[in-house]
Design a protein around this ligand. Sequence first.
Ligand SMILES: [Zn+2]
Length: 179
Amino acid sequence: MNRASVGIVVLSALMVSAGAEAETCPATLPSQIRVMDCGLATSVADVLTRSATFKQLVEGIAALNGIVYVVVEPTPRVHKTALGVLSHHVAVSGNLRVLRIVVRQDRGDAALATVAHELRHATELLEDPAAQTDAAVAALFARIGVELAPGVFETNAAIVSERAVFRELQESRRRPRLE
Ligand SMILES: [Zn+2]
């Protein structure tokens, strides 16, 4: 992608909440990824057949005992210009950690690459067993990321994942789907 980095992590404490919409959406996703917008859920199900990097990210979330909710908000409250954010608020339930991603757009390869970017941040969080509180998550990203603004961090790995997924989605139109 030629754009500057788009997704960022924002220090915030959004609550994880389930919406009714996903319950009636025909899209089938692995249980660790809960997309609360049916259009985006349908796209994510499709991406899992087209991007090996995206598939690995989703499988990694499950392996790390994570559950990630993905919510679409045209204007994320936590940051005015980011295309996506990972909330630093972690809900702990037994050995599971429940995270929340907010993305601005619900369609197109760039939007899906943004989801991948934030899933990479979710992976970074889940890879740190101590990341169970807002403060511990902030400390983690301060340690592994670059602070773009107070409480706003970026990591190179997330940018790499985002670009890889975008490229794979573009290339997937020229070859058969993954199995
Ligand atoms: Zn980021």
